[in-house]
Design a protein around this ligand. Structure first.
Ligand SMILES: [Zn+2]
Length: 105
């Protein structure tokens, strides 16, 4: 399912559902004076969850900070998934031999 884009009705519904509070800084969002966005609490790239339960209101400035953290988390989830399917590239580092030689005797 493709990522959903939110229309005016969705934004109004989520804003009222969350009491107009930014869930990142817990501050009130002034819908008139402040830029705000609908935010996926569990990143969409991981959860694929567009339900209201996963949607939060966040100030634009607060959301930007979380997105930067989320990008790292998303990359990690993808790496772990790739390791489980065996599609993650193997390390190219060589294991050096110990140079063990049989002793003369
Ligand atoms: Zn905030």
């Amino acid at each position: 399912m493709p990522r959903k884009s939110f229309n005016q009705k969705d934004r109004a519904r989520i804003f009222l559902l969350r009491g107009g509070t930014c869930y990142l800084c817990k501050g009130k969002v002034d819908g008139v004076r402040e830029a705000w966005e609908i935010e996926h609490e569990i990143p969409w790239a991981i959860s694929r969850d567009d339900s209201d339960a996963n949607l939060q209101v966040a100030h634009f400035k607060c959301h930007k900070g979380k997105t930067a953290v989320d990008i790292g988390d998303i990359a990690k989830v993808k790496r772990i998934a790739a390791k489980h399917t065996g599609t993650y590239p193997k390390s190219k580092a060589k294991i050096r031999s110990r140079g063990f030689a049989p002793t003369r005797g």
